[in-house]
Ligand binder design. Structure first.
Ligand SMILES: Cc1cc2nc3c(=O)[nH]c(=O)nc-3n(C[C@H](O)[C@H](O)[C@H](O)COP(=O)(O)OP(=O)(O)OC[C@H]3O[C@@H](n4cnc5c(N)ncnc54)[C@H](O)[C@@H]3O)c2cc1C
Length: 445
């Protein structure tokens, strides 16, 4: 394995200008003992630790910032340790991908229901650390909803097991302190490698059930009407297995699409309930497959002039911002144009689920965004635009990057991680919670 493959990995984020000289070692452990040895080396030499999975995280956390650090890759920790069909769990090492787990489970009629688009490269350790999920989080939840417990090694070599109720450790004092703080799996979810190194996960698995599904397409006069329809589906808790909205697409790649539109797939017996909300046109399986394909290909295509970029990646519209979806999009687009960017496409999952920093579940539309970047735009300008978007999200009551999680813009999550780190130590990915975080990330764009 090449050093660059581990350090950069599948990095599709905008943060890729790494100072390799600051990386003092890259480790590829196979078992917990190897992880302990790597962490001990870091501790003895005053280095920080960056855990690394597939490197597909988009928040910049998996780069490790600019600290003198070691990186511990999980790419050699991809064993399935045990499986219990009766009790509905699978124990795995952190470096396995959701696709590999399901390759193993499918012949047994079982499934692990967390499916980010990056499921072929993202590791379960990384997916929990970003609390990722696919376009079915509305019915299957995010990674934290599908993780029963994790084992972690801390910077001082002590270990923990964390589940939804609390913490267990051989160090009873540590266990008591963390349970007093109320630490649970919710704290590990979306912690971006700032707490410790996950060495093992127990994941929820369920039998695959064959359902008769129906596909439908609805075109809307504007995004406010689309937002209201989504809010209605959320309030009525309608089981939408697949829900993808396209709210805008550049004429060069739009083909015959008429955004704003919403493509859905749901159990046939819910047809009348869904019809009460949207007057959809039924899609046969071929048309549905084509719409899914168009949606996947949309961000992969380029305009005739210029290159499209994922400047901010995604926005979480919910409650009032969902009902005023069009107004929110117009405000965001005006800001993008002001910063010289041309809106290219917006599309995403809805109804969808994500968690906010206080661990409360949020339901809405995760809207991905692509832009055309003008030639010659400097990195600092790009990053300033990103920061301006975060401010606009705040004004609009939109969650910034709900899927790709940006902990350093979520003060509640940051405070909580600091509270726990005061007990367990601060040796993992410290740059992420430091006041300089934005400057460090900006220097890597
Ligand atoms: C093309 C593409 C599509 C994507 N689609 C989705 C999507 O549909 N849904 C979604 O939610 N995300 C998506 N993502 C984002 C990304 O795949 C997720 O954030 C993923 O969960 C990261 O997993 P990883 O193994 O690549 O982790 P990395 O990028 O390597 O690391 C992510 C974070 O986890 C930490 N970490 C990794 N392993 C451990 C460990 N063992 N212990 C402690 N901390 C650890 C790292 O330090 C870092 O902070 C996409 C990314 C790309 C490039």
């Amino acid at each position: 394995m090449k050093l660059r493959d581990v350090v950069i990995g599948a990095n599709a984020s905008i943060y890729y200008k790494l100072n390799f000289k600051k990386i003092k070692g890259v480790y590829y452990p196979r078992v917990e003992q190897d992880v302990l040895a790597a962490i001990a080396h870091a501790q003895q030499n005053g280095l920080t630790v960056t855990p690394k999975g597939g490197g597909s995280g988009l928040s910049g956390a998996c780069t490790g910032g600019n600290d003198e650090r070691i990186m511990i890759s999980t790419l050699q920790m991809k064993e399935i340790l045990s499986v219990s069909k009766d009790q509905g769990y699978i124990d795995v090492q952190p470096g396995i991908t959701p696709d590999k787990i399901n390759e193993f489970l499918t012949p047994m009629g079982l499934r692990f229901f967390v499916a980010p688009s990056s499921r072929d490269v993202a590791t379960v350790g990384g997916v929990l650390s970003t609390d990722g999920g696919g376009n079915d989080t509305w019915i299957n939840g995010t990674m934290r909803d599908n993780t029963i417990r994790v084992k972690m090694i801390l910077y001082d070599g002590r270990s923990l097991t964390v589940d939804s109720k609390g913490v267990k450790s051989n160090d009873l004092g540590l266990e008591e302190n963390l349970n007093k703080k109320g630490m649970t799996i919710h704290d590990v979810a979306n912690s971006h490698g700032t707490l410790g190194f996950i060495t093992e996960l127990r994941l929820l698995i369920r039998p695959t059930v064959k359902e008769a599904l129906m596909g439908g397409l609805t075109e809307f006069p504007d995004c406010n009407v689309l937002g209201k329809a989504l809010q209605n589906m959320i309030e009525k808790k309608i089981k939408i297995n697949y829900g993808e909205a396209i709210t805008e697409a550049h004429p060069d790649v739009r083909e015959d699409l008429k955004p704003p539109l919403h493509v859905i797939e749901f159990p046939v017996e819910l047809e009348s309930e869904v019809r009460e909300i949207v007057d959809f046109r039924r899609l046969d399986s071929k048309e549905l497959a084509r719409m899914k394909d168009v949606r996947v290909k949309l961000p992969k295509r380029n305009p005739k002039v210029g290159i499209q970029v994922a400047l901010f990646e995604d926005y979480g519209f919910y409650d009032t911002s969902l009902i005023k979806l069009q107004d929110g999009i117009d405000t965001i687009n005006a800001l993008l144009i002001e910063h010289g960017m041309t809106p290219f496409a917006k599309y995403g999952h809805g109804p969808s689920k994500w968690y906010s920093g206080d661990n409360s579940p949020t339901y809405g539309l995760i809207l991905h965004s692509r832009e055309i970047k003008p030639e010659g735009k400097q990195s600092q300008d790009v990053y300033d635009t990103v920061l301006a978007i975060v401010d606009i999200c705040d004004e609009l009551k939109v969650t910034p990057k709900p899927e790709h999680k940006w902990p350093f813009s979520d003060e509640v999550k940051k405070k909580r991680l600091e509270e726990i780190r005061a007990v367990i130590g601060r040796g993992f990915n410290p740059f992420l919670l430091s006041p300089e975080c934005n400057d460090i990330l900006g220097s890597m764009v």
